[in-house]
Design a protein around this ligand. Structure first.
Ligand code: FES
Ligand code: FES
Length: 206
């Protein structure tokens, strides 16, 4: 190949806000957000599956909306980036992470971080009113292990819990009475083993 065919690599300075933290770094201007997260920042919770926008494994939130990090030019990002590592607090998992545990909604775990990020958006977008609706709006997230039915169940559980909470908040406001919330009676399945996959902290070199 002649030197005329080689595109000179240009470096740009990035100012990203990721999970509430400011990140400043110099990267190749052609870098995808996925490569910046995984290769530059070692945030490997966001997975690389196809790298072509076809599997959903790399799903993150940009200003609260789901986006495929493999198709997002890092230099174009202006708002807040939220990844799987940014969902849980010190005290608790995000309700969607907990639901994936409670409903056994994964096997190998490789698609799970992307599934959870999309699932949160699916509920927030109001597209979790039925199993069919969930399937349609989660169709961009593939699972090679075929955990789809459990994933749908987890999402439907969170959606119904949120609508129930909203209804209780409304009643509470009307009657000024504290509402009693039912504690989940579902067993918490091998939480220690699977928590790393759900929070993006799994040791992942893939
Ligand atoms: S890695 Fe981004 S869609 Fe597959
Ligand atoms: S749990 Fe293995 S790919 Fe989805």
């Amino acid at each position: 190949m002649s030197s005329q065919n080689i595109t000179p690599k240009s470096v740009v300075e990035l100012h990203l806000r990721i999970n509430g933290a400011e990140c400043h770094l110099m990267v190749d201007a052609r870098s995808s957000l996925l490569d910046v997260l995984r290769e530059e920042l070692q945030m490997t919770g966001t997975k690389k599956g196809c790298d072509h926008g076809q599997c959903g494994a790399c799903t993150v939130h940009l200003d609260g909306r789901r986006a495929l990090a493999c198709l997002t030019l890092a230099a174009s990002v202006r708002g807040e980036v939220t990844t799987i590592e940014g969902l849980a607090t010190e005290a608790a998992l995000h309700p969607m992470q907990q639901a994936f545990i409670d409903f056994d909604a994964f096997q190998c775990g490789y698609c799970t971080s992307g599934q959870i990020m999309s699932a949160i958006s699916c509920v927030q977008e109001g597209n979790a009113g039925s199993d069919d609706e969930v399937r349609e709006h989660m169709s961009g997230n593939l699972c090679r292990c075929g955990a789809y039915s459990h994933i749908v169940a987890a999402i439907r559980h969170v959606a119904s819990a949120q609508s129930s909470d909203a209804r209780n908040d409304c009643l509470d406001a009307i009657f000024r009475m504290p509402m009693r919330h039912q504690a989940s009676t579902r067993p918490r399945l091998h939480a220690d083993r699977i928590r790393p996959w759900l929070t993006g902290m799994a040791d992942d070199n893939r």
